[in-house]
Design a protein around this ligand. Sequence first.
Ligand code: CU
Length: 514
Amino acid sequence: MRRRDFLAAGTATLLTSAMPVPAALAQTAANNRPGLAMPPVLDATEKGRVDLTAQYGSTAFFDGAVTRTMGYNQGYLGPVIRMAPGGLGARLHNELDVPVTVHWHGLLVPGAHDGGPHASISSGASWSADMQIDQPPATAFYHTHAHGRTASDVYAGLAGVIHVTDGRDDDRGLPSAYGVDDLTLVLQDRRFDARGRMTYDLSMMDVMHGFVGEVMVVNGQIDAIAAVPKGMTRLRLVNGSNARIYTLFMSDDRPMHLVATDGGFLDAPIALETLVLSPGERAELLVDFGDGRSVALMSGGDPNQGPMGMMGRMRGVIDRVVDRSFTVLDFAVDDTLPTRIETVPDTLDGTMPDLESANVRTRRVSLDMGMGPGGRMGSGMMGPGRMGRGMMEGEGFRGPMMSGMGVFGINGRPYDMDRIDFEVGLGTVERWIVESPMLAHPFHIHGTMFQVIREDGRAPRPEHRGWKDTVLVTGEIELLARFDQPAPADFPFMFHCHILEHEDRGMMGQMTVS
Ligand SMILES: [Cu+2]
């Protein structure tokens, strides 16, 4: 599809434009929509080995408009890595001109294997880790985490999905035929120039609120239609966007049955009308397509971007943000696909978090601005104008961005690779009270799964009841985390905002676990 055609089809996936649509052009575009493709599978369950190469690609999101992108083992994004409990040897080779890592977001592995900023590998070099996978089945995420360039390089494509599996989903009554009734969906929003090439030029507002795109991209595809069987389909959702917070719902309000959160299965499905999914979060849903009708997965507006400004972060408002809603993905029932599952299981075998909260250490984590040594916010923060450069100029945004302008922090301090912020006892449970005084920030902790105890003074949202490693903080979140993975001072665990423009500019801290 060409850019012009896409704009004409705008109601489907263009997120912001209100431009009038010539009906004939829209019809032409609709007839040419591609089927949604799944990422290729890299199956590590037998060999216990994963070999990744970070490489450049030439990706035509629109016909004839090639963007230089990045990916793992391919031109944009990476394969779905299927892994099972047991030993896993992982290797990453860097064919790019820039430093890269592979962070296993959602795997419970020691700091030395976690692929954070301290594991950055230079151009032409390789990195390897002999890991032990020991956790329940889950949908996890992997992406580069090289400090100062995570946002630009994840945007360019350095991200992928992990399925931790035990091969027992048939026993659970869950759909598990990859790409048939078990769909993996990487949700991303992107901007394109007039010729249809993907762009990443940051305005001051993009830095402040996080970069959001104008075009919805799912698994690297624009305006695709997902074929589903006439029955129950499992949607493994990964928010791989830099900053966009989705408030997901089905176009006809049919229920979405939540079966798994970041850390794996719940003890029973939870029927949801809406699901808030912030960057870095995953959710597995069952949706019943048994009536054969075509429906769409939709999203409301982003509370950090809307005209309501700061008020948009309030939880009650998030629930009602349906203006500016847009289509994330259209589904079409294909009668030729086998229907294997027709009902939602009554129960699942996940263990709900129930951590002991008595006599645990409490820490406060404020997601705020880095005030710097002089106590002043970086100059230029509120100034007008554009900053940053084209995404492919090679240096990321270290220059002007990292030296004073647009500095975020945690507890008033921007991230410092040479400073350990917290020292956590191995095997201990801690209570963290995380607050967002300004925008809503998705908060991610490496090396643990946690339990959300309170959320803005109330019980947690339904989708926050399971094990989590990332949670949207709209006001104040109280969580309990057990730290069972070790992390030494040379490979500490990160905790950070998963709005990648915020993370790169300092909204990150690091901790040892020993
Ligand atoms: Cu943030």
